[in-house]
Design a protein around this ligand. Structure first.
Ligand code: UDP
Length: 227
């Protein structure tokens, strides 16, 4: 309910304030609005495959209705708006325990603890944080609303490949523990970034191994002392 409220009542309040102050709004939306996508890669025109009653429904459906609320206010009241659909992002500074896969894997690997992989064949496409920020800044500077834009890196990797890569790059003795699928876990995800390339003249350019190396180094610096 917190997630639903933030994405409805919270969004509505942000909209009211932005209209009152004539402020420009950038919605940090998400690839989760595509759910478990049946179209691959996902262009902005794809309407998604979301189980609104499932365990991820509060977030997936929440972010969808948030996009709706923002865009209605753009159409009706001229709210100054851009919507970024942010795909999986990673980089230095992530919390070690936020549950997302890259920090989970690095933190476990640095301790030689098992890496838990749910299934393993599912894919994600990870964007380095600096690339994402550059994309968001460019989007914010576009003077006219251009409907939602995907911001992400189209380079796709399976979760099993990712686990192996992290173990290799950390010289870890960790083993991989495979567990069954989590409910409604999307099986594939990869952004179509042609719209961002066209309108923002933007594309991600940080190589995945380089970004992962920086993230691993950051985790080493922050968490080795306490281990
Ligand atoms: N995942 C995993 N082990 C973990 C954490 C996540 O195998 O310790 C998987 C998860 O099931 C999902 C993928 O990694 O398929 C990405 O999960 P994350 O929470 O980072 O992002 P999202 O699912 O929101 O894209």
């Amino acid at each position: 309910m917190d997630t639903v409220q933030a994405n409805t009542l919270g969004v509505y309040r942000v909209v009211a304030l932005a209209l009152q102050k004539r402020a420009k709004l950038l919605q940090a939306s998400t690839s989760e609005i595509y759910g478990d996508p049946l179209e691959h890669p996902q262009p902005e025109t794809y309407h998604g495959n979301v189980n609104h009653l499932g365990v991820r429904g509060c977030y997936e459906e929440g972010k969808r209705i948030a996009e709706t609320i923002f865009s209605i206010h753009h159409q009706t009241y001229g709210l100054r708006l851009q919507i970024a659909r942010i795909f999986n992002t990673y980089g230095p500074g992530m919390r070690e325990n936020d549950g997302r896969v890259i920090p989970e894997f690095i933190y476990a690997a640095l301790r030689n603890q098992p890496l838990t992989v749910y299934v393993g064949s599912q894919t994600r496409s990870f964007c380095y944080v600096d690339d994402l920020i550059k994309g968001l800044i460019r989007l914010q500077r576009v003077p006219k609303y251009i409907d939602p834009v995907n911001i992400g890196n189209p380079k796709e990797i399976s979760m099993l490949q990712l686990a192996r890569r992290v173990i290799q790059m950390t010289n870890s003795k960790s083993r991989i523990r495979i567990l069954p699928s989590q409910t409604d876990d999307p099986r594939q995800r990869k952004p179509d970034v042609r719209k961002a390339s066209h309108f923002l003249k933007w594309s991600p350019d940080t190589n995945f191994d380089l970004g992962l190396r920086r993230t691993i180094d950051d985790f080493r610096n922050r968490f080795t002392a306490e281990s």
